[in-house]
Design a protein around this ligand. Structure first.
Ligand code: ZN
Length: 362
């Protein structure tokens, strides 16, 4: 009988052991695929409630950080991937003011596309041995809490798409807004899904040396609303540092897009067409509306202008060049079911049908 009791106790210990080891994954720095898929949340689904989709804190992000890890509060992190792409082998490094070395605080085997996960930060509750960026061990007592003023995180990931998005300098904060009156329609989760790819590509384009050179060295005159030449260095900075945009969709009859201040929107079909680009028109609308948001009106050729003499033309030329070299984060429709969007590349030609829709107002 006593033997049986030992066996039962032994079994119970085993069970509690295995529970502990599952539990410990929450406090470990290593997150397996299974753990992530069990504990995270798919974003921008068709059933996403308005209170989440239009919430800045839940779905807003900076164009230069579509994949990010940040403090949710002093003991929890939030991992956030705005893009429709599964990143593998994502390591998060942490720098705390009081600790000399940067160390790995989390490693995710997989960060699924358009996904977010909240969890307890490793090392908060118990002493933990971390690995520093130099590969040495770093023992730390339980941290208890983290002060957002004194900590920064940095992601390292070998994925080629991560390498591309790391080159985005445009720091604009984007959030999704409902709108829904006048010429504005109601932005849907589907619009949000596609908008993330548009801003990855356009953020990448505006941040690129190719665009910066094309813009600053453009031989024609780029003029403001009064017809005076613009200060190109200052305007370039205003594009890169545009603080925020509230994204919506435009549905008004005959209206291609709307932009001004922080408001930005194009028609739903352009957001999608834009990724599959056999068509320059959505690009033209994008560049036109974005220039409105940095203060240019219709009397400036930062918005309108003939096809050979305007900012819009520079954007289209650079996009064409980058697209045909495969040098953009997204080429092809990432939501297309039957194709591999990252292999498919249909060359586009200048002015294919750019003015086909010229009667649209923008
Ligand atoms: Zn306009």
């Amino acid at each position: 009988m006593q033997k049986l009791i030992y066996v039962v106790v032994g079994l119970l210990l085993c069970i509690s052991c295995s529970n502990d080891s599952n539990h410990s994954e929450e406090n470990s720095i290593w997150y397996s695929n299974t753990y992530i898929l069990d504990h995270g949340e798919k974003m921008f689904t068709d059933y996403e409630p308005d209170s989440v989709l239009y919430s800045d804190s839940a779905r807003g992000y900076n164009i230069d950080a579509p994949l990010n890890y940040a403090l949710l509060d002093t003991t929890q992190f939030r991992l956030f991937n705005a893009l429709p792409y599964d990143f593998k082998d994502v390591a998060v490094y942490c720098k705390i003011d009081t600790v000399e070395q940067e160390f790995m605080i989390a490693h995710f085997d997989l960060v699924p596309g358009q996904y977010c996960q909240v969890g307890k930060i490793a090392g908060i509750e118990s002493p933990t041995t971390f690995t520093t960026i130099q590969g040495t061990e770093l023992y730390m007592d339980a941290m208890k809490k983290m002060d957002p003023e004194h900590v920064t995180f940095r992601i390292i990931c070998p994925d080629p798409l991560f390498e591309k998005i790391s080159r985005i300098k445009q720091s604009t904060h984007v959030k999704f807004s409902r709108y829904g009156s006048g010429n504005w329609g109601v932005l849907s989760p589907r619009d949000a899904r596609y908008y993330t790819t548009m801003f990855a590509n356009m953020g990448y384009l505006y941040s690129s040396k190719t665009f910066e050179d094309a813009f600053k060295n453009y031989e024609g005159i780029l003029h403001n609303n009064n017809g005076d030449p613009i200060d190109r260095d200052a305007v370039y900075l205003s594009m890169i540092n545009k603080p925020k945009l509230n994204l919506g969709v435009v549905t008004g009859s005959g209206i291609g897009g709307l932009g001004g201040g922080s408001a930005f929107g194009v028609r739903s079909e352009y957001i999608q067409k834009y990724c599959t680009l056999g068509n320059n028109w959505p690009l033209e609308v994008y560049a036109h509306e974005f220039s409105h948001t940095i203060g240019f009106g219709h009397s400036s050729n930062m918005t309108y202008g003939n096809s050979k003499g305007s900012l819009v033309n520079i954007v289209k030329q650079v996009y064409l060049e980058m697209h045909n070299k495969g040098d953009l984060p997204f080429i092809g429709d990432p939501f297309a079911v039957d194709t591999d969007p990252f292999l498919e590349k249909e060359p586009i030609q200048e002015e294919t049908d750019a003015y086909q829709l010229k009667n649209m107002k923008i």
